[in-house]
Design a protein around this ligand. Structure first.
Ligand code: GTP
Length: 247
């Protein structure tokens, strides 16, 4: 399997190592829940495109397509139990993505925040670093391993630990808007915005814990749409529509 060595950073390729944070819901495609194999393959191809640009990529995925801790808690379930069920959902998504990437010849390692050694590696920062240096895609599963923390927070935490140059937040919209573009036709997209403005305007790019972590560690967040094929590589080349949240 291909192990792609990192190239030097160029103007067209300003990043050396990035974290892709995507919601689990992306992986269900047009279905109401679960995994849509074509969409999982398409996301894997998008990641492959970025790896082939010589950029090191790690991934944090959510579990909204399988189980939402918060909705479980809202339905009367104990919050911690509901969150652990969400973390198990993330592991399912991580294994699906690993399988799709490896079918395309991209080496991957799944590391889990909760030990499940028969299924994947435990999270070990230095090992994850070595994997990435070898051009492997590291998929961090099971969130932070703790209840009450979202997968966005896990994305910001792992990006900080991995010294990522940016967090790419793949969503259904192509950036951060002044208002919800699905509801308000006059909503305008920001090209760039500061962390402080995101927090004070309550723009909900990511939860406040994730934003604060990215801000403290000075890691810009690139918000882009993963709905269309090839958008991840485009945003990584700084082409097309996206919003950069930074200091
Ligand atoms: P290098 O040290 O760079 O060669 O990395 P490597 O990941 O290839 O070496 P290692 O011998 O650690 O892993 C070989 C394979 O076993 C890889 O597919 C790992 O993902 C897998 N592996 C390693 N540790 C664990 C573990 O604790 N649990 C599971 N399930 N798989 C593991």
């Amino acid at each position: 399997m291909a192990e792609v060595a990192s190239e030097t950073i160029t103007q067209a390729n300003p990043y050396k190592r990035i974290m892709l944070k995507m919601s689990g819901e992306i992986l269900m495609g047009d279905k109401e829940y679960g995994l849509d194999p074509d969409t999982v393959d398409r996301m894997a191809q998008d990641i492959k495109d970025v790896i082939e640009m010589g950029i090191e990529v790690c991934v944090v995925v959510g579990a909204g397509n399988i189980f939402r801790g918060v909705s479980g808690a809202a339905a009367g379930m104990d919050r911690t139990t509901a969150d652990y069920m969400g973390m198990l959902g993330i592991v399912i998504n991580a294994l699906a993505l690993q399988n799709a990437l490896e079918n395309m010849g991209i080496q991957t390692r799944v590391q889990s925040g909760i030990r499940m050694d028969s299924i994947c590696e435990p999270y070990i920062r230095r090992k994850a670093m070595r994997h990435m240096e070898k051009g492997r895609v590291v998929i961090f599963a099971a969130g932070t391993g703790n209840p009450y923390f979202t997968s966005d927070t896990a994305g910001a935490l792992r990006a900080s630990e991995m010294d990522c140059d940016a967090i790419f937040k793949g969503t259904k919209v192509d950036g951060v808007y002044t208002a919800d573009p699905m509801k308000d036709p006059d909503a305008k997209r920001y090209d760039k915005i500061s962390f402080i403005d995101v927090l004070t305007k309550d723009l909900r790019v990511m939860d406040a814990t994730a934003i604060s972590l990215a801000r403290e560690n000075n890691i810009p967040i690139v918000v882009f749409s993963v709905k269309d094929k090839g958008n991840f590589a485009k945003a990584a080349r700084q082409e097309g529509n996206f919003t950069v949240v930074s200091n």
